[in-house]
Ligand binder design. Structure first.
Ligand code: AGV
Ligand code: CA
Length: 355
């Protein structure tokens, strides 16, 4: 398989307006994925062409329902699709049920929603259609496993040339993984572990890949200060939802001894403010069998992947607050300093802001 060098025209890192992108989003329904969806809808320069839900870190039905309710809340008419492909290593049910809680949040149930919408065709088929129909190559943002994309590449090899960049939350390069399962050595990150073969398939494709491994996402845990900052904007649907999604992550440290991080939302922020992180090109491989399955390793001669290496966590927090709250607010920074956001999104109530 030929490999294109992963050097696409990345967004400006100097703070100027990000370039326009067509985006297809494939997420797996955890609170952080749904926060990412909300964030993505606030980016004026992003033309969101479809949202697929992978049934990995969620129960499919409530995650799909919550996805549609979020799009409806912000007045966006974007097609959705249900992932039907299984992963090899299931997520803990205790995490997957979070989607039921999100789907029941009052802010997402201000009116009756149509629950009879058809979910066909399945996400991996729909993905091909979205990519082929777009007038120019599309960014695939994946904050869950790469199962749909991998199958789509197998079934429709022509889509390769329709992909501008794959932006993926996954992997753990020089840090410990977050999989704590019998028979596993703990070196893998969950999105890769769920379907290691899918990551191998995407690594084999001639598409530029930008990856956000645990090395960098470990640096952006959900903090009480960040979650509470949204309370100051109580009454604004977008801020309420953002704060509620963050609140739902509390208790993770107590039950798993690892913090809940802004894994997916940091990855998503790259589309708007790529300068929040710095990057390094790493030659990678993925282990697909045995006790290290799902581990992404450095290997000379391996697949070149652009990996996020450092993050300005204060800037990331300001980004979230700027994009997801309606008005000026003191923005807490990790060092306790106060900084004012550079730009603020219009975060009006449902329907105020069209797609
Ligand atoms: O490994 C991080 C990925 C991200 O895409 N997910 C959560 C984010 O959506 C899996 C995950 C790891 N630890 C978790 C996870 C936890 N404690 N709770 C829920 N999901
Ligand atoms: Ca996820």
């Amino acid at each position: 398989m030929t490999r294109r060098d992963p050097t696409p025209a990345y967004g400006d890192v100097t703070g100027a307006a990000p370039r326009r992108r067509r985006v297809v989003f494939d997420h797996d329904g955890a609170p952080d994925d749904l926060l990412s969806l909300l964030l993505l809808t606030r980016y004026d320069h992003v033309d969101l062409r479809g949202v697929a839900v992978t049934p990995a870190d969620c129960l499919l039905e409530p995650a799909l329902s919550a996805t549609r309710k979020i799009l409806d809340l912000v007045g966006r008419d974007v097609p959705t699709a249900a992932g039907v492909l299984p992963g090899r290593n299931p997520f803990p049910l205790a995490w997957r049920i979070d989607a039921l809680r999100v789907d029941a949040l009052p802010v997402l149930n201000q009116k009756d929603h149509d629950t009879t919408r058809a979910d066909r065709p399945a996400a991996h088929e729909q993905l091909a259609t979205w990519l082929m129909r777009a007038p120019a190559p599309v960014t695939v943002l994946a904050t869950g496993p790469l199962t749909n994309l991998a199958r789509c590449l197998d079934d429709h090899p022509r889509i390769e040339s329709r992909i501008e960049e794959v932006v993926f939350m996954g992997g753990a390069l020089d840090v410990t993984g977050n999989v704590n399962q019998p028979g596993h050595d703990g070196t893998a990150e969950w999105n890769v572990f769920w379907d290691p073969g899918a990551v191998r398939r995407v690594f084999d494709a001639a598409v530029p890949i930008t990856m956000f491994p645990l090395d960098v996402t470990d640096r952006v845990p959900v903090t009480p200060d960040l979650a509470r900052a949204f309370g100051r904007h109580y009454g604004h649907p977008v801020s309420d939802l953002a704060g509620s999604l963050l609140a739902l992550t509390f208790g993770t440290l107590e039950t798993t001894s690892l913090p809940y991080c802004c894994w997916d939302s940091l990855t998503t922020s790259y589309l708007a403010e790529p300068g929040i992180c710095t990057f390094e090109t790493v030659h990678c491989d993925v282990i697909t069998r045995g006790e290290s399955q799902g581990r992404v390793v450095r290997r000379s001669g391996g697949r070149a992947v652009r990996c996020a290496r450092t993050v300005d966590s204060g800037r990331f927090h300001r980004h979230l607050l700027t994009m997801l709250t309606p008005g000026p607010t003191p923005v807490p920074t990790p060092g306790g300093r106060q900084a004012s956001p550079a730009r603020r999104a219009d975060v009006g109530p449902a329907g105020e802001r069209g797609g």
